[in-house]
Every structure is written in C-alpha cells, then in structure tokens.
Design a protein around this ligand. Structure first.
Ligand code: TRP
Ligand code: SF4
Length: 327
C-alpha cells in the first residue's frame, strides 16, 4: 500500500442515496486498497447549515456510519471518525482563519451559489462564510496528499491550497503540502422525477430503502413522455429509466434499447425489471446494513477507535502549528 494519505468528508444531513454510492462511496471504497484513507463524518460542517435543526444531526451521524460500513468502508483499513470527536479541527480552523483574507471567502463561487439557491435556511452567518476554512483545517490536519471530491468542491480545495501556502510562507515553514483532488465523476444519475437527485426533492432511492420501497419508487418513475401508448416506440436516450439501467445493469442495456425502440415491452414491465435489478444491486448493502443496525455498540466502538487514531495524527500536527506560529 502506498503511504499517500487520502482525506475526505461528508456532511451528515440525511440518508445516503444511490447518487452518493455511484458518485462518491464506490470511489472511496476502492481508494482503501491503494491509500491510507481518513474518512470523516463532518458534523460541524452539517451544523453550519442546519443549526436550526441541530437535533437531527446525531441520528444522521449514525445513519451515515451505517451506510458507509455497509457499502464497504472498512475501519480496519481506514480511519473512520466523527469530526466533533477531534477538537483539533476547530483549533486549526482558528489559526487558519487569522490569515484567510475575507475576500477569498466572499469570492468563493460555491458560497455565492448556495446563498442564492438555498432560501429555506438563513446562511448569512459568520460560520457559513468560513465553511471552507474548516474544510481546509480538516484536510491539512492530516496533511492529506489527495482528496476525493465532486466537482462542486473544487473551489474549496483551491482555497485549501492557498491557505496552506499562505501559512507556510507567513511562518517560514514547509508544514503543509499541496493536496491534489481525485475527482469523483459527478454522478449523472438524476432523481426519480428527472430533476437533480436530492433529498430535498424527495426523489431518491436510499441505500436503506427496503425492497418494497424501491419497487414502489421505481414504479412511479417518469419515463419517455413521448411514449404514450404501448405501441408507440420509445426513446431510451431520453428516458431516465434507461440511464438507471446503464448504471446498475449495463449488461441489459442493449436488450432494453431493443424492446423500447421496437415497442416490444411497455414501460411498466420495463420498470418492474429495473426495480428488481436495483433491489439485487443493493442487496448486499441492505443485508450488511440491517445486521449492523442491530449493533449500536459496535458503531460506537468504530467511531471511538477512529477518533483515537485521528487524534494521534491531529495532535502532532497541532504541536507543529503552535510551534510555527508562536516560537
Ligand atoms: N464540503 C464537503 C461537501 O459538502 C464536505 C467536506 C467537509 C469535505 N470537509 C471536507 C470534503 C474535507 C473533503 C475534504 O461535500
Ligand atoms: Fe423508458 Fe423502458 Fe419505457 Fe423505454 S420502455 S421509455 S426505457 S421505461
């Protein structure tokens, strides 16, 4: 195994869905075989957006730990921990905040977009502006070489590099290194209603859904709107159901295209088959999840042990940071 370190985090703001699986988690699982991975459930980041609903965060943390482990994140291979169990994240954030110019944060495109688009929550806060500084602290605390993230997070990673360079040059040290991004292909999977897959639209298939729930959700999926009657030929490339086939049952895609354009099968049947594919695809996750869900003590143990291992690294970095700044 290479000694290169990977760090990534996810905000516990709800149950994980298929988009998280194909967009991120699958990649995280593979990285465990080639890198030393540190994966954090970043509850303080969740709090910055959800401070008005803070009581939900605890249960989302457990959901996330369950989802991660049942997808193959392996605490024997990786460090899996809860951000708020490692107070050094906040301490480093403080040091980094001091030297981060306001303009860098105000210009951040992700920040501006979220302020524009999220209207249900008041994000005009001091903490939310500083969101990327805490993210930089997450990454730099572990001196990560690489960070698997989605494209929307690239500006945050660029800020992390700029903050790291500014720290190094201001205090005349080579403490922090440049971290590379490992781009997880943005999941092109749309939600069940053809909009972006998102919990807030209620258009997701969750990793924790039962077979029955999946069957109902898929049955209600929107299909090719031009195909009104059974004998109308369909347009698979304009049908979301087809894109799910490509993602979860690529071996069937040719057959689906064929029955669709030749109107040999109706959408209801096509979706029934699709539902069975997804149910099968998620079976190992569902089975692992229901086993793990019964063992809360084990989850606690995993997070506790992860925090100890994370702190080992974090405490060392913080000693170096204090030395660089104060002596
Ligand atoms: N901002 C990231 C997101 O919303 C979550 C995150 C927090 C993160 N800290 C991180 C991702 C550090 C990578 C590295 O997806
Ligand atoms: Fe979509 Fe399948 Fe209907 Fe074709 S047959 S339009 S792929 S649901």
């Amino acid at each position: 195994m290479s000694s290169k370190r990977v760090f990534s985090g996810m905000r516990p703001t709800g149950k994980l869905h298929l988009g998280h699986l194909v967009g991120a988690l699958d990649n995280w699982v593979h990285l465990q075989d080639t890198h030393q991975c540190v994966y954090s459930i970043v509850d303080w980041h969740a709090l910055m957006g959800e401070y008005e609903n803070s009581r939900n965060i605890r249960s989302y943390v457990y959901d996330m730990a369950l989802d991660w482990l049942s997808c193959g994140i392996d605490p024997r291979k990786s460090i899996v921990f809860l951000q708020s169990d490692v107070p050094e994240h906040l301490e480093l954030q403080m040091f980094l905040s001091c030297l981060t110019p306001l303009g860098w944060l105000e210009r951040n495109p992700t920040y501006k977009e979220q302020l524009r688009e999220i209207t249900t929550r008041d994000l005009q806060t001091y903490a939310f502006l500083g969101y990327p500084v805490l993210q930089a602290a997450d990454i730099l605390l572990y001196k990560a070489d690489a960070v698997p993230i989605g494209e929307d997070q690239l500006p945050h990673l660029e800020l992390t590099r700029e903050i790291a360079r500014r720290f190094n040059s201001m205090y005349g040290v080579e403490l922090f290194k440049d971290c590379a991004s490992i781009l997880t292909p943005t999941s092109r999977l749309l939600g069940l209603d053809n909009r972006k897959m998102s919990k807030s639209y209620g258009n997701t298939i969750n990793l924790s859904d039962t077979a029955e729930e999946i069957a109902v959700k898929v049955r209600n999926m929107v299909t090719d709107p031009k195909r009104q009657r059974l004998k109308d030929p369909g347009h698979p490339d304009e049908c979301n159901v087809f894109s799910y086939y490509k993602a979860f049952a690529p071996g069937k895609a040719d057959a689906v295209r064929d029955w669709c354009v030749n109107a040999n099968k109706g959408c209801t049947d096509c979706k029934k088959i699709m539902a069975d594919e997804i149910i099968e695809y998620l079976r190992p996750v569902r089975e692992a999840r229901s086993k793990l869900a019964k063992d809360r003590a084990y989850l606690d143990e995993v997070l506790k042990d992860g925090a100890l291992r994370a702190r080992d690294v974090a405490v060392k970095t913080m000693a170096e940071v204090r030395k660089a700044v104060f002596s």
